[in-house]
Design a protein around this ligand. Sequence first.
Ligand SMILES: [Zn+2]
Length: 534
Amino acid sequence: MKSFLIRSVITRLLGVLIVVAVLHFSSIAKARNAAQPKREVHALWAHPPAVGKTPEAIKQFVDQCKRANIDTIVILVKGSAGEIYWQSKRFPQAIAAGYADFDFLGTLVKESHAQGIKVDAWLCDFIESPKGAAYREHPEWAQLNPDGTTTASEKLGHTRPYDYVWMCPSRRPGYVDQWLIPMFEEVAKNYQVDSVHHDYVRYPGDVAPDSYCFCDYCLAHFPQFAMLSYQSRPDERYRVKFAQPRIEANWWSDPTMLPGDWDKMDRRDKADFILNGRTIPGGPPDMRYFFYEYRQEQIKNYVRELATHIRSLPRKVEISAAVFKNPILSSRFIGQHWNEWTDWIDVYMPMTYRSHFAGSFESYLDHLTEVTERQVEWVHHKRPIYAGIATTYLYREELQPVEDMRERLNELKALAADDAQARAEKAKAIKANFEALKPHLTEVAPQVSSEFQPLVDAVVANNGAGATPANVDALIARVSRFRSDLPPGYFQPDKLLKSIEAARKAHPEGIAIFAAGNLKIEKLWPTLETAFKR
Ligand SMILES: [Zn+2]
């Protein structure tokens, strides 16, 4: 009896000990899990030519992605000229040349999923080409400036034509509900993509931020958006009531803000009122505040509308977006107030490319950390941020002499044969460009450097007198070949590695690299494999 009692006490004690031990170890394990950060996601933007157009090429591409621990391939399926890369039944007229007979997207999805990689279908939203199917069929869907012309009338710099037409995000029925959303839906329905990706989800900002959209639809809807007057009793007009000496303090007294002759005003005058008008006569010229609000609202509405469609599909498809680095500034300049979209965007990939930063490479590293930290705050940690890094722009210093040389050569080509002084100046500049390029090039690829030398010598000989069309063309061809197939090491791994580390300091949920094709040209795949090693 006693021994039984003792045994049972011992058994119980043992049981308690085991339970305590299990609890103890499991709490250690839990603590470890909590301390272990979530696995960093790796995304890669890829253009179809970088992926290839045969099943074998696509498989090779996916294998390469796997070796670099890429988790998501963000594949371009609607380009900036409006061309699409899936076998569309609804929009066959928009399919890019050569992609109608081959199931590019389906093959990529199959190969990627076989390797455990997700596919994010990337569509350029509001940018189209004047030659694209959307604009050809529906010119009335385009955004218009105060002169009534499209963005194709703009210039890049002073002379370069801007070969894009931006479509109006507001008009219904229009581009959004008749073209863009149906395209997204078709991709999400007909392909097992894991997510769809917004790009150019904004107004044009690089050419004329304050000039769009003044199309008929927007001009008709802007006054209603801000309720600048009542639609009921439209003929009753009210003046500001001066209860306070500061004129703008009387805004609430319900003055009629729309000019009495609004309906008779032409596009230019209406646009001028929207941009430079005063909400209160005699007050500050503040009407453009409502213009910026209107534009943010149009883009936001579209983002919400797309999410409603995508989320009503039977299968879960996420939504990601490429956005400018600062949502506060971009809300003013391009209507892209992206931190307000957290209900409809699952993942943000801000384009924190060095091309959007002004300073040295070292400043970029600090600013990249800082702006990524702010982005995480701007979305209040509600959605993941994948810090976007574009490899090419990291190497501004390495590329500058090459780009400069190419530009001088083209200028030289355009010069008259007897313009000796200008030719001598160009020759001098080209010589200086090569001198700048040479030390690093000779270090990493002496063979390439010695191929360049005689070609440069020939062009710059005798103060540019040696720049015969044949000599100039030969050097231009060598520069092009160099630029499209850089010698290994010309872009040193260090810059990419340091940039990724700088982004990591801000603890974003992921890193997104732009772009696959450049990695190949720049010989940076091995560097990415190192950076993304797990
Ligand atoms: Zn419009």
